[in-house]
Design a protein around this ligand. Structure first.
Ligand code: C2O
Ligand code: CU
Ligand code: CU
Length: 572
C-alpha cells in the first residue's frame, strides 16, 4: 500500500518544480517560440470614477421563531448595470443583489438560513464537463452556499457536493459561536465555484459581539463593507469569463483555464466607483472576492497612477477571523482571494483631496516581470473624494490591544505535509493543480481529532502563490521558510532552508486563508474545534479549487483512530 518513490518522482516531474528547472520559466519559453505574446481581452472603454460606490443592503430576517432569527435567501437571476455607460448585465445574486445583502449577526445568537435556488435552468457561463463533478447528466445549474470563516456543523457547511438545483432549497444553521469577524458567504458547488461566484454569488456576513460598541470604532455610515473584484464585460455590458494560461493565451471557449483576470475593477458591484467622504476616520471592511487576482492595495494622493505615489498610511485592525492583537500601521496591504482586512483609514486633514485606492500586484501573482504585460494590470480601483463636511464632531478610536497567546508548536500533536503541484502539458500550460498528487475525489487521508492542534505545512512547488483555506477553523500562522528542491524531488522529504520567517503583524491574529509563495513552506497551527465531520481545505484561487486543488478532511472524535498519513515521507 501507499505510493512508491517512482510514483513520487513521476508526480514531481509532471509538476512545475522539476520542469521549470529543466526548461526555464514556463510560458516564457512558449511565447518566445510562438513569436508574439498574445493580447489580453479588453473590455469596452468606460469613464472612470463617474458612478458612486454602492453600499450593499442589510439582509432582512424572515421571521423570529423560538428565539432564533430565520432568514430566507433566494438565489436569483436579474439585470443590473455595472457602470452607467454600460447596458444592464445579466447577473446571479442572493436576493437578486450583487454583491449579496450583508448579514449582521451577533456572537452567541445562532441563526437559521433557508437558501433557495430560484435560478433558471441555463447557466450564465459554459460549464466545462471535464472537471470533477460536472459531467452530464449532472445539471449545469447547481448551487451550495458556504459561510467562509465560520465554525459550522458539517451538515450546514455547504460542502461542494451538497449542491441543489433550481426549485430546491437547503436549511443551514450558523452557531455564531466564535470571535466577532468579517465573514463572507459564497457559492461552493463542485467544479463550478469559479463560475457561480463570478456570476455574482457572494456577500458579507459581519459577526459582531457585545464588546465592539464600546471600542469607539467608526460605525454606521462610517463603516463600509467593500467587496473587491475584477470583471470583464462585452460591448453589451455582459460579463465575459475568459480564463487564461500563464503565457496569456486563452483557454478554448468553455474550457477550464488556470486563472481568470478581468480588466476592470469592480467594487460592491460598480466598475471604477467613487465615494464622497468626510475628513475623518472610516472603517473599511475589505474582502477580495476575485477568482484569481491578488491585490496589493495602497491609498494614493497622486493624481495619476504613473505619478510618484503619495501614500496615505492606514491601520489594519482585523484579519479574516477577528481583531488583530493590536492595530498595524501600513502603507501597502496584500490581499489574496478570500482574505479579508478590517481597516481604519483617516481622511482628516485631506479636505478637498482625492485619494485613489490603488493596486500594484502583478497578475498572476507573484508573476515574472517578463510576463506582466500579458494580463491586465489594475492600477486604480476607486476614488475617495474628501468633499463632505463633517457631519458630527468627535473622533473615533482604534481598538485596544488584545491578549493573544503566542502560537506554541509544542502543542501540536502531529505535522501533516501538503505538496502543491501544477500538472503541465507539453507547452507548459497548466492542466490541473493537485495536493499531494491527489484531487478532490481521492479518498480522505486526513482525520484530525476533535480538540487537538496540528501543524499543517503547505509546500509550494508551483510558480503561483496559493491562498490556502481551511473550512471549520480559524488558525494561526506559525512561519514561512524555503525548502531544498532536490531533496524533495529525490527523497520525498521536506528539508527546510534558510531562516524561518515569522508572520507579519497583520497575520498574528486569527486567519482562515493564508498565502504560500512559490518555493516556500507555509506552516499553520490549527486547532480542530467545535464539530466532528467532513470538511474541505483548498486553494482559494477559484480556478485552482475547481480543478483540483481541494481535498476533504474529517474531524474525528477524540477516541477514534484514523491515521493513514504516518511517517515522514510525503504520501505521493
Ligand atoms: Cu471561501 Cu471553501 O471557501
Ligand atoms: Cu470556507
Ligand atoms: Cu492556487
Amino acid at each position: 500500500m501507499g505510493s512508491t518513490r517512482r510514483e513520487f518522482l513521476n508526480q514531481c516531474l509532471k509538476g512545475v518544480s522539476a520542469s521549470a528547472l529543466l526548461e526555464g520559466r514556463k510560458g516564457f519559453a512558449v511565447w518566445q517560440l510562438a513569436g508574439q505574446p498574445p493580447e489580453w481581452y479588453r473590455s469596452p472603454a468606460v469613464r472612470r470614477f463617474i458612478d458612486p460606490l454602492p453600499i450593499p443592503k442589510k439582509m432582512q430576517p424572515h421571521s423570529i421563531r423560538e428565539n432564533m432569527v430565520h432568514y430566507r435567501v433566494r438565489m436569483m437571476e436579474f439585470r443590473k448595470s455595472l457602470h452607467s455607460e454600460l447596458p444592464p448585465a445579466m447577473l446571479w445574486g442572493y436576493e437578486g443583489q450583487y454583491p449579496g445583502p450583508v448579514f449582521e449577526a451577533m456572537r452567541g445568537k445562532p441563526v437559521q438560513v433557508e437558501w433557495q435556488n430560484d435560478l433558471p435552468l441555463r447557466h450564465l457561463f459554459t460549464v466545462d464537463p471535464h472537471l470533477h463533478g460536472c459531467a452530464p447528466p449532472v445539471p449545469a445549474v447547481r448551487t451550495v452556499p458556504h459561510l467562509h470563516g465560520s465554525r459550522t456543523d458539517s451538515m450546514s457547511d455547504g460542502l461542494p457536493e451538497n449542491w441543489f438545483t433550481p426549485g430546491h432549497a437547503a436549511v443551514y444553521r450558523y452557531p455564531n459561536d466564535q470571535v466577532a469577524a468579517t465573514l463572507w458567504y459564497h457559492d461552493h458547488a463542485i467544479g463550478i465555484t469559479r463560475l457561480n461566484v463570478y456570476a455574482g454569488l457572494s456577500g458579507f456576513y459581519l459577526l459582531r459581539d457585545s464588546r465592539e460598541p464600546a471600542m469607539g470604532l467608526p460605525s454606521g455610515d462610517y463603516e463600509l463593507p467593500m467587496v473587491l473584484q475584477d470583471r470583464s464585460v462585452d460591448e453589451h455590458g455582459q460579463l465575459v469569463y475568459r480564463p487564461t494560461f500563464d503565457d496569456g493565451s486563452q483557454a478554448h471557449a468553455g474550457l477550464w483555464g488556470p486563472q481568470f483576470f478581468g480588466d476592470l475593477p469592480i467594487i460592491n458591484g460598480a466598475i471604477y466607483p467613487y465615494l464622497e467622504v468626510e475628513p475623518r476616520q472610516y472603517r473599511l471592511r475589505m474582502l477580495n472576492a476575485s477568482n484569481s487576482r491578488f491585490f496589493n492595495l495602497y491609498f494614493n494622493l497622486a493624481s495619476t497612477p504613473t505619478d510618484i505615489p503619495r501614500l496615505v498610511k492606514f491601520h489594519q485592525i482585523g484579519s479574516d477571523g477577528g481583531l488583530l492583537p493590536s492595530p498595524a500601521l501600513l502603507e501597502h496591504l496584500l490581499l489574496a482571494p478570500a482574505e479579508r482586512a478590517d481597516l481604519v483609514v483617516d481622511f482628516s486633514g485631506l479636505e478637498g483631496k482625492i485619494v485613489t485606492l490603488s493596486n500594484n500586484a502583478p497578475a498572476p501573482f507573484p508573476g515574472w516581470d517578463v510576463l506582466n504585460s500579458l494580463h491586465a494590470p489594475l492600477l486604480e480601483l476607486m476614488q475617495f473624494r474628501v468633499t463632505r463636511p463633517l457631519a458630527l464632531t468627535g473622533t473615533f478610536s482604534l481598538p485596544p490591544s488584545i491578549a493573544f497567546p503566542t502560537p506554541d508548536p509544542g502543542q501540536s500533536v502531529r505535522t501533516r505535509d501538503f505538496l502543491l503541484s501544477d500538472q503541465m502539458d507539453s507547452k507548459g500550460r497548466s492542466q490541473k493543480m493537485l495536493i499531494n498528487g491527489k484531487g478532490y475525489d481521492a479518498p480522505t487521508t486526513e482525520f484530525p481529532r476533535l480538540g487537538t492542534q496540528e501543524t499543517w505545512r503547505f509546500i509550494n512547488t508551483t510558480d503561483d502563490a496559493h491562498p490556502i483555506h481551511l473550512h471549520l477553523v480559524q488558525f494561526r500562522v506559525l512561519e514561512r521558510q524555503g525548502y531544498d528542491g532536490p531533496t524533495l524531488t529525490l527523497r520525498g522529504e521536506v528539508r527546510l532552508l534558510g531562516k524561518p520567517r515569522p508572520p507579519a503583524a497583520i497575520e498574528t491574529g486569527w486567519k482562515d486563508t493564508a498565502v504560500v509563495m512559490p518555493g516556500e513552506v507555509l506552516s499553520l497551527l490549527v486547532r480542530f474545534e467545535g464539530f466532528t465531520g467532513k470538511y474541505v481545505y483548498h486553494c482559494h484561487v477559484a480556478e485552482h479549487e475547481d480543478n483540483d486543488m481541494m481535498r476533504p478532511f474529517e474531524v474525528v472524535s477524540a477516541n477514534q483512530e484514523h491515521s493513514p498519513q504516518a511517517g515522514k515521507r510525503l504520501p505521493l
